[in-house]
Design a protein around this ligand. Sequence first.
Ligand code: AMP
Length: 467
Amino acid sequence: MKTMGNRTSEKLPDTLTPLSVPQEQNNIKLPWGRLYSCMEKFKSVDLTLDTITLGRAEQCTIVVNKNNFPESTMLNISKIHFTIIRDEYTDLIYLKDESKNGTFINGALVGRGNRNILQHDDVLSVGFRGSQKLFVFKLLEMDESSKLLPPELRKKYKLSRFLGKGACGEVHLVFEKTTTKAYAMKKIKKGVYSSGNIYHLDHPNKIMNEVKILKSLSHPCVIKMKEIVETDSDVCMILEYMDGGDLTSRILSIRPMTEQNVKCLFYQITLAVQYLHSEGITHRDLKPDNILLANDETETVVKLTDFGLSKFLHEYTVMKTICGTPQYVAPEIIDGSYTEYSYQVDVWSLGVILFYMLSKQLPFRSTERAVLNKLILTGQYTFNPIVWSGVSSDAKDLIKNMLIVDPNERISINEVLAHRWIADDVSMQHRVAQIVQNEGSNSEYYFDDSENLQPPPKKFKLMETTV
Ligand code: AMP
């Protein structure tokens, strides 16, 4: 944040409340914004508080009454008409319309209960079609941070705090200006050829088709992509925001996860993968870092992210070379003998994830890549009895069926859902349906929470494998 220069060229009313200087010595907060009055009898107001209300009620910060407002339009003003809020945590300043007859920003109605981010020079008005101008809002600190957004996104979003850094780029919290809705913006740097030229996305038509598919995906356990913008150096995606961090942090946190908790999360992940496969998409990079949680509750909504991304970028981009996480990769990918790998690669990764969730250990681990590859290619892992003694034999059986080296022998995603560890636990399925519905996602289609919920039909015989 940088202090703004003088804006002396503007014609401003002289009814400004005197500023108190020097504020810091007296423990008085410095004003962060100012409402310049557009009405003769109204005073301009310095904004120092984090919540400012305007209305007819005596308790409002700015009280509208017959002494300062035309009587003919007083009836348009509610007891609390609007609130201006400054959220220090997100660095967001917005107006919440609380009125019956409407608050207008630059002539556009906000609407009762709605919120709009306030920007420098916004005109606030009330009355019929906003005919009565009240204030011009001025920020006293210029927000420089949004310059980090590409111009197409800067118009629509306000940049907020840094959320995290992945192998492929940085993620920031952003807010949509017209709604104050939170989103995550993921910025992926494009790779650079050895010649120094920057990779571009594949042929634009092809990309736009892919983007259309990704944007059209709709499942309560799949992160929704709102938009994607390409600049010369980056690809920026606006994604649904998840407040609970990623699955890796949850698994490694000191809070214990019971087998029931694991099942509740894993069931959702499996449904999401089944959905992607039904839409013709293989994730290819399933790992706990790509699974996000809605909140800190033990049982919460989980969503998959980063699916299909590898399709966007050139074959040799950073995505392909750096992002592959060896511990989760299926043997047929390492092997290289399969010219085309199928949906089954995702089932393998899910098997590794389930193993990790239940034991906090990875089934295949070695600091040496060659050794790790060999373990994966031969499917060598063990259930350490000290760690696994408290885990059900059904859970272990499911893992065994998922970690079968031959993809043709490995169970399919539908068979994972039909496995007795999941299919027989109808109460867990009810709980998940409830959690997803409470979260407000579009869940009706995927989760039937009716009393008659039946487990999916068993489509396969469990295999007795020994490892
Ligand atoms: P990634 O590049 O996907 O590995 O993400 C890096 C960090 O950003 C991770 O720590 C995630 O927790 C966070 N992150 C990624 N996507 C989102 C999202 N949609 N909502 C909230 N946080 C996210």
